[in-house]
Design a protein around this ligand. Sequence first.
Ligand code: TXA
Ligand code: MG
Length: 327
Amino acid sequence: MLISLEAAITTLQRGGLIAFPTETVYGLGALANNAEAVEKIYAVKERPKDNPLICHFYSLEHIESYGITVDVVSRVLFQYLTPGPLSILLPLPKQSPLYPATRGRETILCRVPDHPMALSLLLGVEVPIAAPSANKSGTMSGTIAQMVDETIGSEIDGVVDGGLCTIGIESTIVSVGNETVTILRPGSIGIQEIREVLDRVGSSYSVLYAEGVEHPVPGTRYRHYAPCTPLLLMKNAWEVDKKKKCVVLGTEEGLEETVFGDNELRGVAHCLGTRKRLTDVAKNLYHLLYQLDKKGLDCIYLVDEQYGTSALGIALQNRIERMISGG
Ligand code: TXA
Ligand code: MG
């Protein structure tokens, strides 16, 4: 059920659960200090109970008003890159009222979303909103209200409709320590964007991706971001099993290289966008896969292609690997 912002505010204040848009993906929100409401998030998402919830705030000052200490570098990242798709892991004070969202951890993942509706909600309720992505655990994050409403709408108190999310994949998650900014989950903000900010303020901290770190973020332990239909990587058009009811998904360039050579496949190919504009690919990925998921296909072939080393390229490669490997 679609609801207005005003209704969403009162629903949250009464301990309800609502889904709302952010610039990355839709969030499934409850007041972070309401233990009962937070429990409902776990029930609806069928999420493992040890997996903590990201918390949304309306500003850096809002974060600090909860007694959370923001170190100098995290502060600079918040100041320059948020509101925006960057989430920062910070120490959580003992006996914080936000403990329901953090599952006994000594850290809290803080995010200031860049979306007018999300910010209005946060200003309206005044309390941080705990909100993982609005989807069942392991499935693709909802990036359009209809997708959220169809998948979990009947189990929650409403969905605020903000159209298609502009970014389409989840925020970059970082932790700051040991003179390093470590990217725990790649997103549309990457090394270069963070480096630029650090250089501007003369910080010598290094920035790196957390390769080889064992599950720095609990959610990365589980199968993720996957449609229900079997998803197969396709290197060449001849790999397509024509006896199967299937479609091929790739970028314009990827399809041209691997599919369009074979006229028979033209009808089943769907385009994610062009590799020259990865913002389109990111924006379309979950939404398109979700639409294809409803078609009762035997499988979806995803063209095996390289998205490059930009922040979005790395983030897309990461999500696709996780979808395919189920790891
Ligand atoms: O773009 C986003 O980040 C979206 C929108 C709604 O804000 N949210 C999102 O939430 O992607 P979620 O729960 O699907 O992913 C957040 C990840 C999870 O893997 C979770 O395990 C991890 O962040 N996380 C949350 N709190 C944490 C904490 N205190 N310590 C370590 N990891 C944490
Ligand atoms: Mg998620």
